[in-house]
Ligand binder design. Structure first.
Ligand SMILES: O=C(O)C(=O)C[C@]1(C(=O)O)C=C[C@@H](O)C=C1
Length: 278
């Protein structure tokens, strides 16, 4: 089986992918969009992408593509994230920090407190920024990445564990075209169902009506997030996680009732959440 992931090698997504699929072929991609396209075009069977971080929140691109693409979520893995600041071993100092925007955001206060005047630049992944720094010793650049990247790309770690909060976890999801839940041999923490709902138009009580469908059935919601539809200010879709078990009749009734309200429902999957602690 082929599994796409946000690469290159030693990205956090690769670490997650290799925990979930220790013996499958992992195919690096240069962006989250490429991961979704690889699934869409049948170049791979599944893809692993980041969905949410405990410091910085949702990876908005992933949320947008879950709305745009015909894919399902098969499982979710939560992994601790430790960031380190690294430079080329030929250099002593740095004048710019490069990394994935999520990693830059998760280390913002550290960089503000210690390197306030040093600029930062977004890059496609933490590992890609480490590779870039290693290939350009003539530039005084630093990367924010994990210790596997430092090792693989031959960089020197100058500050360890620079994430702004000790507790830093990212959720990764496995997406595919098949509506099936994946079981993996790691500790299982919960079971959930993800839906995307789009209200017919902005009207008083619209979201309340939808939420009450879950409330009176005692279906517990563990997440609700709005995201712009990009059709004009004030237009949103909602990503919802139902934390309870998914009893087919009850749950199908709930979906039917939401549809009867004129709301569009996209079922993303009923799946397990696992945790990997290094
Ligand atoms: O840049 C990487 O290494 C990634 O795998 C992406 C990503 C993310 O998008 O959240 C994954 C985990 C960390 O939260 C930081 C970056």
């Amino acid at each position: 089986m082929k599994i796409a992931y946000l690469g290159p090698k030693a990205s956090f997504t690769q670490l997650a992918a290799s925990q979930i699929f220790p013996s499958e072929e992992l195919v690096p991609q240069s962006s989250i969009l490429d991961c979704f396209n690889a699934v869409k075009n049948n170049e791979v069977d599944k893809a692993v992408v980041p969905l949410e971080n405990s410091i910085e929140g949702t990876v908005s691109m992933t949320l947008d593509y879950l709305y745009d693409f015909e894919v399902f979520i098969e499982t979710e893995l939560v992994m601790p994230i430790a960031h380190h600041l690294m430079i080329h071993p030929d250099n002593e100092t740095f004048e710019k920090v490069i990394s994935h925007p999520q990693a830059l955001a998760q280390t913002f206060h550290f960089r503000y407190d210690h390197f306030k005047d040093i600029s930062s630049q977004d890059y496609s992944s933490t590992a890609a920024s480490a590779k870039l720094v290693s290939e350009n010793p003539q530039e005084k650049w630093a990367a924010v990445a994990n210790r596997y990247s430092a090792k693989l790309y031959g960089l020197k770690i100058i500050h360890e564990n620079i994430q702004d909060f000790e507790q830093n976890h990212t959720k990764f999801i496995v997406i595919s075209k098949t509506k099936s839940a994946l079981d993996i041999p790691l500790p299982r923490t919960s079971e959930k169902t993800s839906l995307i709902i789009t209200l017919p138009e902005d009207h008083a009580g619209g979201l309340h009506q939808v939420l009450s469908v879950f409330a009176w059935r005692k279906m517990n919601l563990s997440k609700i997030e709005s995201r712009t539809l990009k059709t004009g200010l004030g237009n949103y879709f909602f990503f919802i996680n139902v934390a309870s078990e998914w009893h087919n009749v009850l749950s199908q009734n709930a979906i039917d009732e939401i549809i009867a309200l004129g709301t569009k429902v996209k079922f993303l999957g009923h799946y397990n959440e696992y945790i990997f602690e290094e």
